[in-house]
Write a protein that binds this ligand. Sequence first.
Ligand code: MGD
Ligand code: MGD
Ligand code: MO
Length: 793
Amino acid sequence: MSDPIGKSSAPASDPASAHAEPVVHPAELAKVDVRPYHHPAAGFGAIASTVKHTMHEMGMFRGASTLLKVNQAHGFDCPGCAWPEPGVDHRSHAEFCENGAKAVAAEATTRRVTPDFFNEWSIPLLLEQSDHWLESQGRLTHPMVLTEGASRYTPITWDDAFDLIAKELHRLNTPDEAIFYTSGRTSNEAAFLYQLFVRLFGTNNLPDCSNMCHESSGVGLGDTIGVGKGTVSLADFNLADAIFVIGQNPGTNHPRMLSALEAAARHGCHIVSVNPLHERALDRFAHPQHVGDMLKGGTAIAELFLPVRINGDVALLKGIMKEVLDEERRRPGEVLDRAFIAEHTSGFEAFAAALDAASWEEILEQSGVDLALIRRAAQIYIKAERVIVCWAMGLTQHKNGVANIQEVVNLLLLRGNLGRPGAGACPVRGHSNVQGDRTMGIYERPSPGFLDRLGRAFGFEPPREHGFDVVAAIKAMHEGRAHVFFAMGGNFHSASPDTAYTAEALRRCRLTVQVSTKLNRGHLVTGRQALILPCLGRTELDQQAGGLQFVTVEDSMSAVHSSRGGLVPASPFLLSEPAIVTRLARAVFGFDSQVDWESLAANYDRIRDGIAQVIPGFEDFNNRVRQPNGFILPNAAAGRRFDTSTGKAKFSVLPIPRIELAPGQLLMMTIRSHDQYNTTVYGLDDRYRGVYHERRVVFMNAHDIAALGLVDRQVVDLIGEFRGERRLAPRFIVVPYDIPRGCTATYFPEANVLVPVDDYADGSRTPASKSVVIRVVPTESPDQSQEKSRSPH
Ligand SMILES: Nc1nc2c(c(=O)[nH]1)N[C@H]1C(S)=C(S)[C@@H](COP(=O)(O)OP(=O)(O)OC[C@H]3O[C@@H](n4cnc5c(=O)[nH]c(N)nc54)[C@H](O)[C@@H]3O)O[C@H]1N2
Ligand SMILES: Nc1nc2c(c(=O)[nH]1)N[C@H]1C(S)=C(S)[C@@H](COP(=O)(O)OP(=O)(O)OC[C@H]3O[C@@H](n4cnc5c(=O)[nH]c(N)nc54)[C@H](O)[C@@H]3O)O[C@H]1N2
Ligand SMILES: [Mo]
């Protein structure tokens, strides 16, 4: 790997992946170290890692004092995940986890990327650096411009930057030729203003990271229970008798959820993990604040592990539900919640008939799970009075991602596990405010009711035509139907599928703009002109004309609360995200805009008053959000009111997806390591999976390795095969791993070059980045390939 501090000596990358991270010489890849992890999750290892990252980025005092404000009533919301905080009375002084601490340290780092840095580093040089190197350079300090034909960013004033964007927006034939992306860290206030600006400008082109994330959950839940959000609260975890964790790795991605699972396990709740990987952090957990617990080796969490094949969940859930129906037949009236089904659901008869018709042979083959394990899972489900099902990307990022969620709902409905204490659906969200951004109207397919209220409150007729989601946005840019790309945070380039195709799409734009805190590859793969607009982070003081401001966020369980930063901003030139939107709006609309933008930016209470007018559930917003715990948004499904096409919760009849692999083909899921936050790479280790110093690895079953004539640690190329198209991700290292046959895993975003832009979930259009069909072939050594190119044959 390239040297994390000095300039890398990495050779230029393979042309096929020229837009992804550069790939180094195979000999250097051999540094990977594999040491299975046998300790409980969190515990001493987490403390050591927290201290290491915090000290490295912030130093001792700044580090400790900042971490003590994470998720406190007068502190800031952790920029890590969207897992909720306990009520203020139950919060500890250290309400953060190892990976939250990494996210905080990354933002509050004392390193800086200044105009001098950009003067020293041209774009071609920066493109040769690893993602880890880019991230570790520090916080962006000044607005920067890349003018047409230039190879370096140079400083630009804020006024000139906004004028340039306004000029390019005015040049468009229609507002629909502009795209406005959002990543899920954006606050409610910034998101609301942003979508207002975009709709006043005249388009619904508001793709967001949610399109690549929990969109399948939103669509699946919306269709079946009438609300596209989860139905449980943190308190329900204390009441549940069984919790199924499906397609989720909370030890890494939602570490604070382990505390909730631990507490549940302690009072006898049965926890089941459904995952192709035996994620170790779900085995045992030692609370890092309970020394006694750490010393005795932690608490056991999941008692049953179902090693499902990639995308075998529909088959597996059908197996469990067939057992439930059989048990009902053995003990009529004792297993199903007949009263709930009759009163609150529709479609049960058709569902049950289809389930009876589903063949066990197909279920066992497609799920890859033994009948005995399926029966044990079914018994846990049947015996539990109250069941919660949690899930994340392992269910949503498949062609049948929406069907996966509908099958989860089927399971819950059978025993009335919806809309009562201790039971329900729990999609565990990713970005800390991704759910809130959607509530605020960051959505390419807004409801007519939302647009009516927005138009009424701000005196305009919002555009009605649906806009581009992420996949449509990439295609539109590629095909020359969109020319300006603006990103409120995130890393669209590296997070999107099909990196080379997406890079081409971005490069065809006249202007790309990134509102960012840290440097990433998205700043290097740009339109003909590009802007970097550096903004305040969550951890920082937000001083506006009306005084010090706070923002608000909504967590994964629909709780809305405030977040106020405490650190001096990384640079005096930063603007807050709301300020950026309001100045952009002024540059675009001039002084005859019906919205008093400056007044909104001066005092965010006024933005919240606007939100209260437009969005149901936010009445009296300013008052209620100042209460210590904030407030919980209403959720009809949690009260058993189902706003669906039948007026009831719907059972769905779903086919078992057939995974057809030709000989030699394997299915690949792209997952997160323990040392990354999406495209932000903090380090090169994946502690719980026992892989160190390297991210370019492909986890494979030992039998598949042997069958393909490969060996442990061999350097291989991954070839994507989709509808006759071929994609290449060169030079990965084979790591034998406990994973079902036919399944492989690689890390996101290195493997995104292999995710086809046209392979996405039916209904939600979420890229199918967890079921990519690949071949694994030995990499030719450089000597061999040189020989070949020299040889006349
Ligand atoms: N530290 C840290 N925290 C994060 C993030 C981060 O990158 N780092 N990202 C945030 C974001 S935006 C999100 S969306 C969440 C993501 O949180 P997760 O969804 O937990 O993240 P992934 O690594 O994508 O893990 C998916 C899990 O699903 C499993 N899986 C894959 N395919 C299948 C399948 O077909 N069936 C089943 N049953 N399981 C499958 C994988 O083995 C893996 O354990 O985390 C959030 N929190
Ligand atoms: N193959 C594959 N692809 C995936 C996934 C996968 O599992 N596999 N997961 C998908 C998922 S779940 C998601 S959510 C997306 C993530 O997609 P994104 O949300 O677009 O990507 P991030 O990597 O989270 O964005 C990181 C950048 O955000 C900026 N940033 C950080 N904090 C702030 C802030 O406070 N304000 C602003 N303005 N900018 C900030 C920094 O510059 C940082 O470099 O990726 C998706 N892509
Ligand atoms: Mo996500």
